[in-house]
Design a protein around this ligand. Sequence first.
Ligand code: ZN
Ligand code: ZN
Length: 422
Amino acid sequence: MSVEVEVLGGAREVGRASIAVRYRGRVLLLDAGVNFDEEDRPIFARTVPPRDVDGIVLTHAHLDHIGTAPAYYITYQPPVVATKPTFEMARLMWTDFLKLNGYYSMYEDAEVKRLMEAAVYARYYSPMRIGEDFVVTLYPAGHIPGSAMVLVEVGGRRILYTGDVNTIYTKLMEPARVDGMPDVDLMIMEATYGSSTHPPRRVVEERLIGIIEEVVDRGGTVLIPAFSISRGQEVMMVLAERDLGIDVAVDGMIRQVTEVFLENPSYIRNVDLLVKAREEFHFVQGWQDRRKVWRKPGVIIASAGMLKGGPSLYYLRKLMGNPKNAIVMVSFQAPGTPGRRILEEGVFSETEEPVKARVEWLDFSSHADKRGLLELVARVKPRKVLVVHSESNTADYFAKLVRERLGVEAEVAEEDRRYRVE
Ligand SMILES: [Zn+2]
Ligand SMILES: [Zn+2]
């Protein structure tokens, strides 16, 4: 009986992550995410028949890893394994996803509810049996709170799927951990930044503080559009650590996710700093409050991170016309998003007006870079690496790097192939 791996989404692509591990006609699914096309419509991962699925493991709560999962709950109800914060954030993400994309969705609220009924909470390092043949163990991935790498043991083979992974200390997270991991036959790994190097985090933090102080000293307001999960809180913690004496407002889904983090303190590296931020910063309450908050000098941290919607878009309209203000982007800006257009052309897509405020981009990535990824492979020492969650050129470059630098067999995953785990 052979163990096979099939990539259902996320081959030569960042997003839409989904992997089927097959053994004796049964399937263990690792993630089931979505991506978005240029018109911002969801593209779901390919699915396998739900009746074949023994269980689903969700590595973390980003939509590109969970956005397709509820589609498996229309008539079946396989167990779904993740950490507690992943489930709590995933529920917020699915609700928000359906609000924006309900018309194009393969599932509705009822399926999300059925999925949550099948939830099995997992802790790191505790092996768990799924179906007759699969045993899974989660390891901390360092990416966002609750994020996990998954070790799958089946049919005498071991497969490690990294999900999204980070190997440095951030304010919010400890790095990924693989100590004590047994020998791995196949390592399925993300390589989002497999061809680049991030600047040292300390330098990026200092630069953010420098920009904020300059702008606020001259009476301006700094808008920081940030992802609701992690990036917003990371920036809050960077500011809280410094006692800047500057007003900071927080708006959008970042607020709810912050509460989830505070209820799961063991998943946060330095929870005291987040508590401090929660106490000292102003969490915006409704429209009356929102209309006032941007009128005075200070910092506003608001979702969404790519300025596609949410309060960050409202604040952008209010702040972009004044050169005293600044828009500081701290997240990846996907092609076709308003954020990307502002960065590249200095133009606001909605009105085609020039953005007069100062525009900056800072690299606060929550993914390991080339060096971090290589180190991780070197520590796991797998027999083979399969590269996923990476743009085509980056994936080819990184696979070559693994072969040449580490002498480990490596190839880039293709969507229409099955890989036998030797
Ligand atoms: Zn992620
Ligand atoms: Zn991802």
